[in-house]
Design a protein around this ligand. Structure first.
Ligand SMILES: Cc1cc2nc3c(=O)[nH]c(=O)nc-3n(C[C@H](O)[C@H](O)[C@H](O)COP(=O)(O)O)c2cc1C
Length: 214
């Protein structure tokens, strides 16, 4: 058994095998994730999962719109240009990706998103449109819950803005009420052995982020 915690085991994969994930595994992941805490247990997140033919339609549509250069947008406004320590972390991450990947892997890294990473399972989280920032906190906890539960159930994953850049393609496949906004997407599945799946990221040191007083 691995000595690593489930948090240490999880890392993003961006190339998945064409292997379906059994429905009971998908449902077990969602059931585990629903244990996430939320403001007054309000549980604002709704979860929409595409598998099989629906996921295939989404992947094909996504590739078409990305390659045609169609302008993308998201229902939840994405972050502005990162500055300060967040900007530095992003720059460090981009540099580390460049260092770790050869030219072929770099090309794969860039193009995998257009095909939604070939993932057999696409997960979308919505929150009510009129929710406050705390719903984002709650949706983040739910999303991380999905990623960790996926790891525990033997799956790999990547949380990706890429999945939600064309909200209409998602709304076409599901009945998502107009008063919900699509906040985040995650791709799940079994990873293939591509180099892009070997990418490991670093984190700030505990002492860089923590003030601990005794
Ligand atoms: C809100 C959010 C959006 C992300 N969007 C993308 C994306 O569009 N494409 C992608 O390849 N990775 C995306 N990622 C994955 C991050 O790049 C990744 O989580 C980060 O580099 C840390 O690496 P790790 O997940 O392997 O620990 C996103 C992650 C988060 C939390």
């Amino acid at each position: 058994m691995s000595e690593e915690s489930i948090q240490q085991q999880r890392h993003s994969a961006r190339a998945f095998k064409q292997q379906d994930v059994p429905e009971d595994v998908v449902k077990a992941v969602v059931a585990d994730a629903l244990n996430a805490p939320s403001w007054e247990n309000s549980q604002p997140g709704r979860i929409y999962v595409a598998t099989g033919a629906t996921a295939a339609k989404l992947r094909a549509h996504h590739e078409r719109v990305v390659t045609s250069g169609q302008k993308s947008w998201a229902e939840v406004v994405p972050p502005k240009q990162m500055t300060g320590y967040m900007g530095q972390n992003v720059d460090d991450w981009l540099a580390s990706v460049q260092d770790a990947m050869g030219p072929k892997a770099m090309q794969d890294f860039g193009s995998a998103g257009a095909r939604l990473f070939d993932a057999p399972v696409l997960v979308y989280i919505t929150v009510p449109k009129d929710a406050t920032m705390y719903a984002a906190y709650d949706a983040g906890a739910l999303g991380y819950g999905i990623l960790l539960a996926a790891t525990a159930h033997g799956l790999s994953s990547v949380p990706a803005y890429q999945l939600i850049r064309y909200p209409e393609e998602i709304r076409t496949q599901f009945d998502i009420p107009d008063d919900e906004e699509i906040m985040m997407g995650m791709a799940l599945g079994y990873p293939d052995d591509s180099q892009i799946n070997q990418l490991r990221t670093t984190r700030q040191r505990v002492d860089d982020v923590l003030q601990l007083r005794k």
